[in-house]
Design a protein around this ligand. Structure first.
Ligand code: OAD
Length: 253
């Protein structure tokens, strides 16, 4: 039987370099909301312009910091699902795997993936908005961000006294140069790119699967819904079910 999973597994098995490109959908089964789900998506429930721009932080730092603390604590309470674990396992079975994520949680790392390229920053890496120094004094953070609307004052930088900001990329900000460069280089070099759980609507990240495809890679998409990703093979379903099946098939002798 030549199913789409088997064809995708055969492409993965032949590849010397596999790139995996993930979005919010890979963490959905861990209980972390996506952005664009019509009912539960963060951008269906909250206004990105009031929470996810440099202007929003300048206008109301307590609102923005409280919202990101709520998200950070949800991420801390979540555990990696079968999709994250399958990707970490795949990395041990192929010659080279580069994992690129748009997610700001650390579930790939906690599943065992290494050297993850975070294109949109990380919830757990706040930094000073003035001098850029990483903030690490977690004991200093006020408790109580159990609800998204709780306002919390952002901490001050121990070195320069500047306001500490969330470690994520906001709308209107550039993506981190090193991660973006490494992601493009990997996509241009890979024989297979597996896109998991992304709508493919946010640029420049969404150009990465296009770049891999233009460079000759087979693009495999894992998503329960149609998306903006132009794929050669579509595996329709949830990451927590499809990825273990794909990885098992790719690793079978
Ligand atoms: P979206 O919310 O735009 O898309 C999530 C995708 O995951 C959709 O295509 C869903 O169909 C799919 N999905 C849902 N459940 C899934 C599951 N269990 N398994 C697999 N797929 C599933 O999220 P992203 O594409 O990640 O940027 O959004 C991209 C960027 O937009 C985010 O990084 C964020 C946001 O604004 C910044 O914050 C800068």
């Amino acid at each position: 039987m030549d199913t789409a999973v088997e064809r995708a597994a055969a492409a993965v098995r032949r590849a010397r370099h596999v790139v995996v490109f993930t979005g919010a959908g890979v963490s959905a089964e861990s209980g972390i909301p996506t952005f664009r789900d019509a009912l539960t998506g963060l951008w269906a429930r909250f206004d990105a312009a009031q929470l996810a721009t440099p202007q929003a932080f300048a206008a109301d730092p307590e609102l923005v910091w409280g919202w990101y603390e709520w998200r950070r604590r949800r991420a801390l309470a979540a555990v990696p699902n079968a999709g994250h674990l399958a990707l970490a396992h795949l990395a041990t079975r192929v010659p080279k795997l580069t994992l690129i994520t748009q997610n700001v949680d650390d579930l790939h790392e906690r599943a065992g993936s290494r050297d993850v390229l975070h294109l949109h920053g990380r919830l757990h890496r706040p930094r000073c908005s003035a001098c850029g120094l990483a903030y690490s004094d977690w004991s200093d953070l006020p408790a109580g961000a159990d609800l998204p609307q709780v306002r919390l004052p952002p901490p001050s930088c121990a070195t320069c006294g500047g306001v500490v900001r969330p470690g994520v990329v906001w709308f209107g900000e550039p993506l981190p140069e090193r991660e973006l460069g490494d992601a493009y280089a990997a996509a241009g070099n890979a024989e297979v790119l597996i896109s998991v759980g992304t709508s493919g609507l946010v640029y420049p990240a969404a150009r990465i699967p296009q770049h891999a495809h233009a460079a000759g890679a087979t693009v495999i998409e894992v998503n329960p819904e149609p998306s903006g990703i132009a794929a050669d093979l579509v595996l329709t379903g949830k990451a927590g079910a499809v990825l273990p099946a794909l990885v098992d098939a790719a690793c079978a002798l």
